[in-house]
Design a protein around this ligand. Structure first.
Ligand code: TXA
Ligand code: MG
Length: 323
């Protein structure tokens, strides 16, 4: 079982070396913990898929430290450059075409001609990327289909015997994964996965209306971004959304002024959506463990579908989808 290591100079240096040797290293970002490996190595990238049990048709996000580095691997048009200038470093992944001489493993693109690139803002991710000195492919550090990790303990429970190192960064501040935004030639800009940067932010910056994928399950969308597949982020027990009055065999995930005492957690008593996003996965992990033990299921209060609430409802919808 892997140890949870402090993010000190020495451990980060070791982690960088381990990545260059092809090992799997889990590290914190401001969104969720990432399961990192050298994105230029087929073997290292294949090990990510194996550890997560991830279907090989679902491509990975590659983490970089500068726009200059990003442009070695992806083609940035004016729209992509504007987005990068405004929201990087931060919780945004851009889907762009791979460059002709792109040295990233083709497996990160699941064999396609596009790549997802992200420059994280978390100081520990940045130090790790600098120590590794290679682009780092990193999906969320959970078993495929499960709840994403926002604490090192979540990672340990799910992947603890499959990874080489686990760097501690405490709780992740954003709490839901990066917004995935496609910026492809001759296509309008699309939000493929909602996150803390939303369609309004992007529309305002680019001065054009932005399409938001509506939890669509069509074959077409699955091909565009397999992470849109319905059941995902799923607890072991079943989950219902938009519940005001939970049944007696349900643990309740409240939002706002709900006064349920038994088996209930509150995403944000003050109805702050950012606080709710921060708490979402950790509370789902906790309620899931409780429900498995007590043969309960999970009921979740209605969450306003605005700003980061859109991302929260997106994750909950997938958590509620039949497996
Ligand atoms: O916040 C995050 O994005 C975290 C941290 C670790 O950076 N990573 C993350 O990775 O959430 P993952 O693998 O769990 O989700 C990546 C999403 C998936 O929905 C995948 O289908 C989509 O990005 N994606 C990756 N590459 C793509 C591509 N070339 N075209 C379309 N979608 C892509
Ligand atoms: Mg994921």
């Amino acid at each position: 079982m892997v140890e949870i290591l402090r993010a000190n100079q020495q451990n980060l240096k070791e982690a960088g070396k381990a990545i260059r040797r092809g090992e799997l290293v889990v590290f914190p970002t401001e969104t969720v913990y990432g399961l990192g490996a050298d994105a230029t190595s087929d073997k290292a990238v294949a090990a990510i898929y194996k550890a997560k049990g991830r279907p090989s048709h679902n491509p990975l996000i590659v983490h970089i430290t500068s726009l200059e580095q990003a442009q070695k691997y992806g083609k940035f048009d004016d729209r992509a450059k504007k987005l990068a200038a405004k929201f990087w470093p931060g919780p945004m992944s851009l889907i762009v075409k791979r460059t002709e001489n792109c040295s990233l493993s083709e497996i990160v693109s699941a064999g396609g001609d596009t790549v997802a690139l992200r420059m994280p803002a978390h100081p520990i991710s940045r130090q790790l990327l600098e120590a590794a000195n290679v682009p780092v492919a990193a999906p969320s550090a959970n078993l495929s289909g499960g709840i994403s990790p926002t604490l090192p303990e979540h990672v340990k429970q799910g992947l603890g015997d499959k990874i080489f190192m686990l760097i501690d960064g405490g709780a992740c501040l954003v709490g839901v994964e990066s917004s995935v935004i496609s910026v492809l030639p001759n296509e309008s800009v699309k939000i493929l996965r909602p996150g803390s940067i939303d369609a309004n932010d992007v529309a305002q910056l680019l001065g054009e209306p932005i399409e938001q994928s509506q939890q669509s399950k069509s074959a077409h969308d699955i091909l565009i971004s397999p992470g849109l597949l319905s059941s995902h982020y799923a607890p072991k027990v079943s989950l219902r959304m938009n519940v005001n009055q939970p049944h007696k065999n349900e643990a309740y995930l409240a939002f706002g002024k709900h006064g349920f005492s038994n088996h209930s957690l509150n995403l944000s008593p003050s109805q702050n959506l950012h606080e709710a996003a921060q708490n979402l996965f950790a509370m789902l992990h906790a309620l899931d463990a409780y429900c498995v033990e007590n043969k309960f299921s999970i009921a979740v209060a209605p969450i306003p579908n605005t700003s980061i609430g859109i991302a929260i409802n997106d994750r909950l919808t997938r958590a509620a989808a039949p497996k």
